[in-house]
Design a protein around this ligand. Structure first.
Ligand code: ADP
Ligand code: ZN
Length: 721
């Protein structure tokens, strides 16, 4: 090639042509450095015919500066990037950036310096040093990473290096990973499990696109089944990607993987330290990383020879990214499998309606595991009608639930209370004047957190200390907490069962792998009697002594009237119910609600999943909602309210009039102020046949907005705020 077309990492420029310098060889997918004015940019060599660019005469082309020492991005990945940009109406360069993941890795391997404790006793002890000595036991990392871990300044750590308390260690950035062993500890599968596993193994051998929906009840051994497919990929020397919805779940997964394959898998998520990311990225690109477990960002990495993708807990909403490129990792995983010609397994006990529909239509092959492994029974589910069984004044647990918890404690079994609300109370108000604490940047109440003694916004992170007096009327000691959060439930448990050992599981308390590991070890070892948690505890865990689950407020998710509210409630409650009775003892679930007549609550109580899916399918069909019709949202925001409104009106005013597309709005978004930006939304409901993306592009591309206005498109939105 003499002339190349680059996708450059600058969304404003996008595509530029260059000349290949003498004695330089490039291929499609090569990552290169090119001159741009006085600066340099990173780019990927792309097939010229697939990207349009301005015609520049050859004589005017500037030469490339450098080809980076990494394998070219494979063609399948380039097609995936194009597909994603096109489908989600996102800039190509923003999507491609997700493939590069670690820019440091592009510079090649080599070594880096990390630091660890020497074990010397300090001659001079300060509170910061003591904190660092405590926090950094067994840790190794860059000064910056260690400073973050220990919550001390980098200066303190440099001082400790000088004092001989920390020592430098040279680290080979490309040191190989120990190999996973496919037959390290293979389980004996049940008949049903074996059948499922054999199907997956055959599909891995086939090396053809094959999407599966692994629909198995909680505790049926879905992980064990897809591990057999992982083992087959290992035998064939092909790479595997396992996507998990939350970092919190990776700890648990890691241990199970290690027990099965003898070594840990390779982790990829935002809290993996930079040298490990760099190492992982390079091993992935060179085909040496065997099994990668990660959050959705692992999906776009440049795997050299992918053989299988697994999306576990595939129904989870967190696979949908709601900033930057607004894509759904579950859906893109299937597309990636198609481009790579490999199987993809979507595993869930409560599949998304969209996935069920695709299985029904024969697009996905459904593999069912209807029973729990080892004869464990699914738990008994009962409803507590809060209008009839009223908790004591100022309390949130109905008497029957309290009795059952006492009973479990007496028997040495565990209870789990689920409430999907962080903090102590969702609203704080002044008893005297009625003042309510609201976030100045968002349309949201400030949530009280007792541990940190702060009022915090869960949208933007704004925080203030809890004041002694009302800021409005000045009355002292007049603030009242309204409604429960998990911290308040924990207080209540401490009053009712003072002798119980409790664990509070929320993203506030479980924010490091150590904290999660510690909790799991204690819960498994029976050192915890009552677990109180948010959606973090609803999935992935297997505590054999856990025999009672209490759902504090099943109606919570039904508020707000979002399209998937019923489905989400169903999934959450079914998942958390699935934590009960996984061992030899049977489990029981009590669901507190004020709407026992709601169809989703009734379906849960009757264990009638099919009826729920059928009813939900019908209501979606009537509404033209996914999977029968499609939605897209346009979100217009600005720090200036008038500017945002006029931009939203300009968009509304030029809406295309198409027979298969209905445009609703603009209207203020439910979260009409978010992080200091005023927001308006338009919602588009389209028939499946509509050329939705093209219509959106034709509509929006000609429009011009003031600089402060941001317009983002959300295809197949999950969030309606
Ligand atoms: P799911 O993901 O479907 O909820 P898991 O894969 O977590 O189920 O399995 C539930 C529990 O049963 C786990 O502790 C798992 O180790 C155990 N288990 C499942 N299948 C087997 C098997 N064939 N042999 C031994 N243990 C199994
Ligand atoms: Zn806020």
């Amino acid at each position: 090639m003499e002339r190349v077309r680059l996708l450059v990492f600058n969304a404003a420029l996008g595509v530029l042509d260059y000349r290949v310098a003498e004695r330089m060889t490039v291929e499609y997918g090569s990552v290169v450095v090119a001159p741009l004015g006085p600066r340099q940019v990173l780019g990927i060599v792309w097939e010229a015919e697939r990207l349009s660019a301005q015609d520049v005469p050859a004589s005017k082309l500037r030469p490339l500066l450098e080809v980076l020492p990494v394998p070219p991005l494979p063609a399948q990945l380039r097609r995936l990037i194009e597909w994603t940009a096109d489908y989600y109406c996102a800039p190509l360069s923003s999507v491609a950036r997700m493939a590069l993941g670690s820019t440091a890795a592009l510079r090649g391997g080599g070594t880096t310096t990390e630091y660890r404790l020497t074990g010397e006793e300090p001659k001079r002890m300060t509170p910061q040093r003591a904190a660092a000595l405590d926090a950094l036991q067994g840790e190794q990392g860059s000064i910056r990473e260690l400073a973050e871990l220990a919550s001390v300044s980098e200066g303190v750590l440099r001082g400790m290096v000088g004092a001989g308390l920390l020592e430098p260690v040279m680290v080979d950035l490309d040191r190989p990973y120990p190999p996973a062993r496919p037959d390290f500890a293979a389980p004996r599968l049940s008949e049903a499990q074996k059948e499922a596993a054999d199907t997956f193994v055959a599909a891995v051998k086939d090396h053809a696109f094959a999407p599966f929906l692994l629909d198995g009840v909680t505790g049926s051994g879905k992980t064990e089944c897809y591990f057999e497919a992982v083992a087959e990929a290992l035998r064939l020397g092909r790479q595997v990607l396992v996507l998990l919805p939350e970092i919190a779940l990776t700890e648990n997964f890691l241990r199970r993987f290690e027990q099965r394959f003898g070594v840990a898998p390779i982790l990829w998520h935002s809290s993996v330290k930079s040298s490990e990311r760099r190492r992982a990225w390079r091993a992935i690109a060179h085909g040496e990383a065997q099994v990668v477990v990660g959050a959705r960002s692992a999906l776009f990495l440049p795997y050299a020879s992918l053989g299988l993708i697994v999306v576990d807990e595939a129904h989870e909403v967190s696979f949908k990214q709601d900033d930057g490129v607004r894509y759904n990792a579950r859906d893109v995983a299937v597309i990636r499998a198609k481009f790579e010609a490999i199987p993809v397994i979507l595993a869930s006990a409560t599949p998304a309606l969209e996935s069920m529909q695709l299985a029904e239509a024969g697009v996905y092959r459904k593999i069912e595991l209807p029973d729990r492994f080892g004869g464990a029974m699914l738990p008994e589910i009962e409803i507590i009608d809060l209008r009839k069984e009223v908790p004591e004044r100022g309390r949130w647990l109905a008497p029957r639930l309290v009795e059952e918890m006492k009973d479990r404690l007496a028997r040495g079994e565990q209870s789990l209370l689920f409430l999907n609300r962080r903090g102590y109370a969702p609203l704080t108000l002044c008893r005297h004047c009625g003042y309510r604490f609201q976030c100045p940047n968002c349309t949201a109440w400030l949530v009280e957190h007792r541990f940190s003694q702060r009022l915090a916004c869960h949208h933007c992170g704004h925080e203030v200390p809890v004041p002694d007096a009302c800021p409005e009327c000045g009355t002292a000691d007049c603030l009242v907490a309204c409604g429960p959060g998990v911290e308040r439930i924990a207080d209540e448990v401490a009053e009712i069962l003072p002798e119980a050992r409790t664990a509070l599981v929320t993203s506030d308390t479980m924010n490091t792998p150590e904290a999660i590991g510690d909790f799991v070890a204690k819960a498994e070892g029976g050192a915890i009697n009552v677990i109180i948690g948010t959606q973090l505890v609803t999935k992935g865990y297997h505590f054999p002594e856990l025999t009672l689950v209490g759902v504090i407020d099943a109606d919570l998710g039904l508020e707000g009237g979002d399209l998937r509210a019923a489905e989400r409630t169903y999934q959450q409650v079914a998942q958390v119910a699935g934590r009960a009775g996984r061992g030899e003892k049977p489990g029981e679930v009590l669901i507190q609600t004020r709407h026992p007549e709601a169809s989703v609550i009734a379906a849960l109580a009757n264990g009638d999943r099919d009826a729920f899916y059928a009813a939900e399918t019908e209501s979606r069909r009537d509404a033209g909602a996914p999977p029968f019709g499609r939605w897209a949202a346009i979100i217009v925001s600005s720090e200036d309210q008038a500017e945002a409104l006029s931009a939203a009106r300009a968009i509304g005013g030029t809406a295309p009039n198409l027979p298969d597309m209905l445009v609703l709005g603009p209207a203020p978004a439910p979260l009409s102020l978010l992080r200091g930006r005023y927001r308006f939304r338009l919602l588009i409901n389209a028939r499946r046949s509509a050329e939705l993306q093209k219509a959106l592009r034709d509509w929006l591309e000609p429009l011009q907005f003031p600089r402060g206005v941001r317009v983002s498109i959300d295809i197949d939105p999950y969030s309606f705020v």
